[in-house]
Design a protein around this ligand. Sequence first.
Ligand code: HGY
Ligand code: MN
Ligand code: MN
Length: 420
Amino acid sequence: MNNELEIDRKAVQNDLERSANFGMVDTDDGIGRTVLTGTPANFAARNYFVDQLVTAGLDVSVDAVGNITGRWSPPECDDSADPVAAGSHLDSVPEGGIFDGPLGVYAALEAVRTLKRGTQTVDRPIEVVCFTGEEGTRFADGVLGSSVATGKRSVEDALSLSDGEITLEAALEDIGFRGEGRIDASKWDSWIELHIEQGMLLERAEEPVGVVSRITGTTRCHIHIEGEANHAGTTPMHDRNDALAAASELILTIESEAQDIANHESNSAVATVGSLNVEPGAINVIPGTATLDIDIRDVKHSSIDRILQTIKDTCESIRKDRGLSVSIKTPYSIPPQPMTERVRNALRDGSERLDIAPPTLSSGAGHDTMQVADVTDAGMLFARSRGGHSHSPLEHTDWLDCAFATQVLTNAVAKLAGAE
Ligand code: HGY
Ligand code: MN
Ligand code: MN
């Protein structure tokens, strides 16, 4: 291995262990974390990250939607050149794991710390980036900060998003991370995100890392079914407008359609009804309303289109056959996204320096990178997930795999930055 670029694996582990303290939750499945955007836990996670950026001597900036950048532009490089950027996110799902997001953020920081320690010179600046609200649990449907950084969503629109109580703007102001301006990812030379695989391919292949070929497309839709709440005892079966019964019909149709596509056309097609809200939610009242949140994904857009059409057809028959009113909103639809050859090659080259030839795999999870890839050269490196678990306290990546992946990322960032 090129010793000039040897990372400090204990530093990465220490950062991840510290990051795990913020929003720590003790569950039956073990220690996880809940770090929703704009909460005190998010404040703590962000603050620790900014402290590490300052300690590393980077120039820190926070944009209007809370995206954080640590910039290194050493004297010998061309400060006006488009920077190489690397990073991920620090927010989590409720009771999520400690690696989803922070691994990419702190590995990117360690890549810069390693280059700063060494004697190699770089041609262009390097930026370590943490995007706001990748998971989407509290505001919007996900990849929020990167949607602003790639011009898909305006700052104003993002700041006005609400969790039903306060706006993103107020939440960011509460934690002191409502900055100025916005990151413009189209000005980056390239972008790399290291992330845990959140699947089983690398574990089954007994490989520590993998290079991502493409990221699945994702469409999220929100359906509201309006029936009529009524007495569970005195309302005859033929006289009901039961919103939950209608929702159940829709849920099973979605599942069987996705199953059929996965069985016969594309085994990466998935559809999930992740949440269902029933009102008034009493045992002796016929459900008056049911609200469903649906997540549809595949690397083939035709699968998503087919499942969406099935949803629309089923909603139409609920309206006709059951006489209920049904509304469908699809505020979030991101097409499948191929990774850029130049960045994939830098990652492969960075792996070869460690005498490995990592497998190539597609990503079933969505990431900020699927947006960044629309505006600049972008790629992802996956680190092995034990048992494929993620979005749960069972999520785990061995420290050695974290170190290995961080080293590959560092080698790739160095190559893209012209280090020699
Ligand atoms: O939902 C996802 O795929 C990502 O983990 N946010
Ligand atoms: Mn996630
Ligand atoms: Mn993630």
